[in-house]
Ligand binder design. Structure first.
Ligand SMILES: [Fe+2]
Ligand SMILES: [Fe+2]
Length: 340
């Protein structure tokens, strides 16, 4: 048994650029999870951590303190080098007030999308517990902890959006109505639902950790929001991954085939949504079409970043036997295949 942990009670942690620490996931292999007791022990530990280390969207963020304002003229909103738009000649030639507003809009739009994704996630988790779990199943308690945490993330992200003054629109209405289909997966196909969960959580977590690791000059409000978020997400990701390791091997053959075909489609769509800016950014800031193309569509770094953002979930899909010569083509076509 090789759970990677420094002590029985804590999650593994890594330092950020400012010297603060954020938690990492616990990892248990598929073989180890064949033993149900080990899975339940892991879920128990995640539940215990949810009690000792959790953040309130208002009590734990000093929204009104000096230094925590969301000021659109703050130079620290300027896009970092790893965002391809931030490296274009067009962006570099813009006045400082425009550069910082484009950066802030990008982050506010990402927070809005994060809030919407978490809304779908919470609704699906409640479907999952309501329809599939019996008395005494330790997953019930953990998933309710996760629901409570995600509601605080949603409040935290929406508060940030409101204070930014940027008014991002979020999902178009025709997609909003379709979210009920994803929510219902929590009931009739939870394995597919949890791949959807990882498709949203893994890319966001990847981007936020990169920013916390590489940038020691983020606006304090934004740094704190991301730090609180990734710390709790480490538990969510750990649960989703281990749930899949436990349940996917038990699926019937037809369901495994469906899962192997739909998973890369979900991941490909979700990774693009999480990594690219909303389309209306070009109209709002009069960004020329060729600049957008250069930054996002024809950019090799962006393509590499997209693949990298789903690396952990791709590894899991491979471990579970969901990538075969046929489904590999779907992964390739959607730009999310790699050998690692
Ligand atoms: Fe979250
Ligand atoms: Fe989460």
């Amino acid at each position: 048994m090789t759970i990677t942990e420094p002590s029985p009670s804590a999650m593994p942690a890594t330092p950020t650029a400012t010297g603060a620490a954020v938690d990492e996931e616990l990892v248990v292999t598929v073989d180890e999870l064949a033993d149900r007791a080990k899975f339940e022990a892991l879920v128990g530990r995640l539940s215990a951590q949810s009690v000792t280390k959790h953040y309130d969207a208002y009590a734990d963020i000093p929204w009104d303190d000096a230094g925590y304002e969301v000021d659109p003229d703050d130079r620290r909103w300027v896009l970092p080098a790893f965002d391809a738009l931030g490296r274009t000649e067009w962006y570099l030639a813009q006045p400082p007030a425009v550069q910082s507003r484009i950066g802030l809009y990008r982050y506010a739009a990402a927070a809005k999308l994060g809030m919407e994704f978490e809304n779908i996630l919470v609704r699906g988790l409640l479907e999952y517990t309501f329809f599939t779990l019996d008395n005494d199943d330790p997953r019930f308690r953990y998933v309710y902890h996760e629901v409570a945490e995600e509601t605080h993330h949603g409040m935290m992200f929406q508060e940030f959006v409101n204070r930014s003054g940027m008014k991002p629109k979020g999902l178009p209405w025709f997609l909003r109505y379709r979210t009920t289909r994803v929510v219902s997966l929590g009931h009739w196909f939870p394995e597919l639902f949890f791949f959807f969960v990882l498709g949203g959580e893994d890319p966001i977590d990847h981007i936020q950790r990169e920013m916390l690791r590489n940038n020691d000059d983020l606006p304090p409000i934004f740094e704190l929001i991301m730090r609180h978020h990734v710390t709790e997400e480490a538990r969510h990701l750990s649960f989703a991954r281990h749930y899949l390791k436990l349940e996917v091997p038990k699926l019937s053959r037809p369901k495994r085939v469906v899962l192997s075909l739909i998973t890369p489609i979900i991941l490909g769509v979700m990774a693009q949504m999480m990594i690219l800016p909303p389309k209306d950014i070009a109209r709002r800031f009069s960004i020329p079409a060729d600049v957008m193309r250069e930054a996002y569509r024809d950019n090799e770094d962006m393509k590499r970043g997209t693949k990298e953002s789903v690396r952990k979930v791709r590894k899991l899909a491979r471990e579970l036997g969901l990538i075969n010569p046929l489904t590999k083509r779907i992964w390739l076509a959607l730009g999310i295949y790699a050998t690692d």
